[in-house]
Design a protein. Structure first.
Length: 406
């Protein structure tokens, strides 16, 4: 059944005042699984309908298939593969994956374990003597940034430059021309240009100089599909640089916040280190790093449940709502690391299933294991903590904790 969902529900979810706890609003939204909005877009919020449409070949990631293109996407002449459709999507993803995971580099993620553990240990060593720590600034941000910089071949010392660009790009992801100042969009477009020019400069230095980093491999290696153009390499590197750390920052921070709110589970993790594997899967369901896919397009008319979504319509996918759907998960608002059959939507699903999911999982497993093992009597300073602006990439902007019992 489809009705025009009361706009207040979605608007309240998107409003910053709901950032700390959007889950009761998701429950309201799920009363109408496919909800047409006043602007003609559609919001999908239930697990079954989300899983179905994420595997529907008539769902497009290409902005050119929208009847009314998103303002933050206009002029994007060489989008990353996450924003295009087969067969080009499949070709580019296959070419990137050749250097990032199985079958050609099957040991990449597992081989990073010593480096990941060393980086985490060094960051926690720096907590010594501090009564108060910001899990975001002191740990959850620098850890995945250092990892993705090393993998891509981006100088770690350039982080202050690209951090400003990334922040502006993230703010523009969910730009709303009806409520947001135009400055947010303009800053995002300038940031996109600046970051791509920066990555293009790094790429120029890699041509004819094979190396172990991903930029070098993409610039110099011809696989079965040939070689990416420079524009395609820059778009891919841009995607991996942003997605390779922003989502992991949220996963680690949300994870530590959840453990501090569930001290019995935190103690279990100390006593049972292997618990970290199912625990991270439950975190991806319970407090995922990405809550919303803010737009997809209908290639043609799409039937979802009892609703026909017209060709060209914008579709918003509420992934975090689907992962709390009581029709799919028993007692979904309970954090349960022993949960079985945990097919969450934390990394999406279908052909756009998160490219870096295996790495993000391992980073979170090592990070949370070591934090819990080494921080003595951690205590939240503020609950809820302050959150980032975005409802899409939802997570605390700071997470201050006291150690040694405060």
């Amino acid at each position: 059944m489809t009705t025009t969902e009361t706009p207040d529900t979605l608007h309240r979810i998107l409003d910053y005042s709901s950032r700390a706890d959007p889950y009761p609003l998701y429950a309201e939204l799920r009363r109408t699984p496919v909800a047409r909005q006043e602007d003609g877009s559609y919001v999908i919020s239930t697990y079954r309908e989300l899983a179905d449409i994420l595997h529907n070949p008539h769902l497009s990631s290409d902005v050119r298939n929208l009847s009314h293109p998103m303002p933050s996407r206009e002029g994007d002449t060489t989008p990353a593969f996450i924003n295009i459709d087969p067969p080009e999507h499949d070709r580019l993803r296959r070419m990137a994956m050749r250097h990032f995971g199985p079958p050609h580099t099957p040991g990449l993620v597992a081989g990073l374990d010593p480096s990941l553990t060393s980086t985490v240990s060094g960051l926690i060593d720096d907590f010594a003597g501090k009564e108060q720590i910001d899990i975001v600034d002191d740990f959850a941000y620098p850890f995945p940034v250092s990892v993705i910089c090393r993998l891509l071949g981006v100088p770690r010392e350039d982080e202050p430059r690209f951090r400003v660009w990334v922040n502006d790009l993230i703010n523009a992801i969910d730009y709303d021309p009806g409520t947001d100042p135009k400055e947010i969009l303009e800053n995002g477009l300038q940031a996109r240009t600046g970051l791509r020019q920066y990555l293009g400069g790094l790429l120029e230095q890699r041509h004819g100089r094979p190396g172990d980093d991903l930029l070098s491999r993409l610039a110099n290696d011809d696989g079965p599909d040939g070689r990416m153009t420079d524009e395609e390499i820059v778009s891919t590197a841009n995607l991996l640089l942003i997605a390779g750390h922003e989502t992991t920052v949220n996963l680690i921070t949300n994870g530590m916040l959840t453990l501090l709110r569930h001290p019995q589970v935190l103690q279990r993790l100390r006593d049972e280190p292997d618990l970290v594997v199912p625990l991270v899967e439950e975190l991806l369901r319970y407090e995922p790093p990405v809550h919303i896919i803010p737009w997809r397009a209908a290639y043609s008319d799409i039937a979802v449940a009892d609703t026909v979504i017209p060709k060209g319509s914008q579709i918003m996918l509420m992934l975090a709502s689907g992962s709390r759907d009581p029709n799919r998960f028993h007692d979904p608002d309970r954090f349960d690391p022993d949960r079985r059959d945990n097919q969450h939507l934390g990394f999406g699903s279908g052909i756009h299933l998160c490219f870096g999911g295996p790495l993000a999982r391992r980073e979170a497993q090592i990070a949370l294991s070591e934090l819990v093992r080494r921080i003595d009597r951690p205590r939240l300073v503020a609950d809820p903590p302050p959150y980032r602006r975005s409802p899409v990439l939802r997570g605390p902007i700071h997470l201050h904790i006291e150690q040694n019992g405060g």
